[in-house]
Design a protein around this ligand. Structure first.
Ligand code: NAD
Length: 351
């Protein structure tokens, strides 16, 4: 029996993870804490919201009082921290909330874990000695910065972030590391490549292109579209987090990736071809400032030491993902009809 606090569980990856955990571990209590920002959507979780091992609480990870109260009353064993501002373009527009949520929010959670998990029996500030606790920070390969035409990110590389988003995530990684080094808090950090799959907010490349393409709208592609990313299906990311949560060695960082390097323009063309539309829809727009050219992730550590393997090929994952967005147009329309429409017009239509 474990009590698992998942933060940011109403977002894209968090909601996929919460659903997997609720179904896979009926004896775990899954507590989903989310502030429900523009990116948080409880509709993602409607099929499990009456499950007996699932609870939702609307709260902000920066709210120290509430977070401490949760640790005090809920006897938390495991924390998986997804809560974040996650969109690079928005971080260029408005960096501050990225710093407060992604850095301070992480530190508030770490402080609560430190206070209520007595790791060192001699530490007079901790309340209760606990074994088998873990703080898992969900990070990103973007903390490593950009690669040239060759090479791959490995866990020992220095962090060289290039956007306010990746700088905030790199800072959080450093703080998580420090709570392990200085206070002995059992932690892991996972650094994953780009995810795709169901329930991704339509500002991100793949759902944005699928949605526009379905409607015959322009497909805005940054610069020459030759920025390369490694892509992983969200359910493979969730299984990697589950693996690290249960088998990861305390204090270790694990890269997570699918060995699927693709240029953005290749993905856009794959979507166009799958939906039977014309490449004339592609509209090249001014590149994002500081746009990293290439990311590639070496996943040797997690595949050899923890025996994790991705299940999806990129082709199968994309086929299912495109079909999911075709089958769930209501889900996307509910989002698009709100504030997101104004943001989209400002970003891509120059309104
Ligand atoms: P998302 O933007 O879809 O979801 C983020 C969630 O966090 C939302 O539900 C939002 O309401 C919540 N949130 C934001 N601020 C909060 C706050 N102050 N307090 C509580 N909740 C708050 O993001 P995502 O794509 O699901 O990413 C989840 C995590 O995974 C992030 O930490 C991100 O850095 C990391 N990650 C994402 C990717 C990717 O490709 N999407 C890849 C690697 C790592």
């Amino acid at each position: 029996m474990k009590n698992v606090l998942v933060t940011g569980g109403a977002g894209f990856i968090g909601s996929n993870f919460v659903k997997m955990m609720v179904e896979k571990y009926p004896k775990y209590n899954i507590l989903n804490l989310d502030a429900l920002t523009y990116a948080g959507n409880l509709e993602n979780l409607s099929d499990i919201d009456t499950a007996s091992n699932y609870t939702f609480v609307k709260a902000d990870v920066r709210d120290r009082e509430v977070i401490e109260q949760i640790f005090n009353t809920q006897d938390i064993d495991l924390v998986v921290n997804f809560a974040a501002e996650s969109h690079v373009d928005r971080s260029i527009d408005e960096p501050e909330v990225f710093l407060t949520t992604n850095i301070i929010g992480t530190q508030v959670l770490l402080d609560a874990a430190k206070k209520y998990w007595k790791i060192n029996p001699d530490d007079k500030y901790c309340k209760e000695y606990k074994e088998g606790v873990k703080f898992l920070q969900v990070s990103t390969d973007e903390v490593y910065g950009a690669l040239g035409e060759t090479g791959m990110f490995v866990e020992t590389m220095p962090l060289m972030p290039n956007s306010p988003y990746s700088a905030s995530k790199a800072s959080a990684d450093m703080i998580v590391r420090v709570y392990n080094e200085t206070f002995g808090l059992p932690v892991n950090i996972t650094r994953c490549s780009n995810n795709y799959g169901p329930y991704q907010f339509p500002e991100k490349l793949i759902p944005l292109m699928i949605n526009n393409c379905m409607k015959g709208k322009n497909l805005p592609v940054y610069g020459d579209g030759m920025q390369v990313r490694d892509w992983l299906h969200v359910s493979d990311h969730c299984s990697a987090i589950d693996t690290v949560l249960h088998k990861g060695i305390d204090g270790e960082v694990y890269n997570v990736g699918g060995n699927n390097e693709k240029a953005n323009i290749e993905i856009v063309k794959l979507i166009i071809n799958t939906l039977g539309k014309s490449e004339n829809l592609i509209k090249y727009v001014k590149d994002r400032p500081g746009h990293d050219r290439r990311y590639a992730i070496d996943n040797t550590k997690i595949t050899t030491e923890l025996r994790w393997e991705p299940q999806y090929t990129f082709e199968q994952g994309m086929k299912e993902t495109i079909q999911w967005y075709l089958d769930n147009t209501n889900w996307i329309e509910n989002i698009i009809s709100g504030d997101y429409a104004n943001y989209y017009d400002r970003m891509y239509m120059g309104v």
